[in-house]
Ligand binder design. Structure first.
Ligand code: F6P
Length: 320
């Protein structure tokens, strides 16, 4: 292939810029032309497409967000939207596409694959919930952002002998909660994959208080319920001076960590290697510390993302 394009779609994630940069730089290194598509699939359908030079990606590796912008575009789930997108790609003479994003973006990439258009998908979402990879672009930065807040909240929780419920993102996945719960020494982690018993949570807080513990941190995954509802339920078992912090979109921003920049760079370069030899219909990931590529349709049909629930048990054993 001589001319490829790249787009970012769905919720942005720190490291997307580093991945775009890798696609552009590696593409040029291999003698290809690389085009950027603005606003994800919406921009694809609208033909918002431009050529990217090596300089266009200068000074981008350290930036959060995505300089190609992103959008959620449900219309791309329709055959009509997909064919319009392919028409635009053909109009620009683009032979292969790199899509960076989460589950919706993967669905779009799979649809293009079904139409026979060579596409490679890279996992980019702070939720870390994409099948076929242990880690997604943006997850490491997001958990470090959350951790910074958990550490700060612990200071004030201790001063006032309070319980804090910290609601974190993740959609239906518990990865952010699990990793930040363990890293932040949270007394409780509440995730969608594991049932919780509010009375037991209240008892744990109470016993901690009796042993002289000054704070209780509960990391709540947004997929379970919202923080205020949780506090309301907890208050039925006693007054634990509960306060709620909803971290929200702060988790999606910021300069990517070294780990995210490296992962993004490796993923981006691998996507170009695949398209260079005409291989599409694939999704790239990291499994057991090895970079892998899998058939995207098969991955979506047969694999399911599983959070590392062993972290939950570990946390129960070391933070209570
Ligand atoms: O998928 C990333 C994510 O940040 C989720 O964690 C969250 O539920 C959702 O996107 C928020 O979406 P939006 O930015 O469209 O409100």
């Amino acid at each position: 292939m001589k001319r490829i394009a790249v787009l970012t779609s769905g919720g942005d994630a720190p490291g997307m810029n580093a991945a775009i940069r890798a696609v552009v730089r590696k593409g040029h290194y291999e003698g290809m032309e690389v085009y950027g598509i603005n606003y994800g699939y919406a921009g694809l359908v609208a033909g918002d497409i431009r050529k990217l030079t090596r300089r266009d990606v200068g000074d981008k590796i350290s930036r959060g967000g995505t300089f190609l912008y992103s959008a959620r575009y449900p219309e791309f789930a329709t055959e009509e939207g997909q064919l319009k997108g392919i028409e635009q790609l053909k109009k620009f003479g683009i032979e292969g596409l790199v899509v960076i994003g989460g589950d919706g973006s993967y669905m779009g990439a799979a649809a293009l694959t079904r139409h026979g258009y060579p596409t490679v998908a890279l996992p980019g979402t702070i939720d870390n919930d994409i099948p076929g990879t242990d880690f997604c672009i943006g997850f490491d930065t997001a958990i470090n952002t959350v951790l910074d807040s958990v550490d700060k909240i612990r200071d004030t929780a201790t001063s006032h002998v309070r319980t804090f419920i910290i609601e974190v993102m993740g959609r239906n996945a518990g990865d952010i909660a699990l990793w930040t719960g363990v890293a932040g020494g949270a007394e409780q982690i509440v995730i969608p994959d594991i049932d919780f018993n509010m009375e037991e949570i209240a008892n744990t807080i109470q016993k901690g208080r009796e042993r002289g513990k000054k704070h209780s941190i509960i990391i709540l995954a947004e997929g379970v319920m919202n923080g205020n509802e949780f506090a309301e339920e907890l208050s039925k078992f006693g007054d634990y001076q509960a306060r709620v912090t909803v971290l929200g979109h702060v988790q999606r921003g910021g300069s990517p960590t070294a780990r995210d920049r490296v992962l993004s760079s490796v993923f981006g370069a691998r996507a170009v290697d695949l398209l260079k030899v005409g291989r599409g219909g694939l999704c790239v990931g990291i499994v057991d510390n090895k970079i892998v590529e899998n058939d995207i349709i098969e991955t979506l049909n047969t694999k399911k993302h599983m959070p590392d629930v062993s972290l939950y048990k570990l946390n129960q054993e070391i933070s209570y």
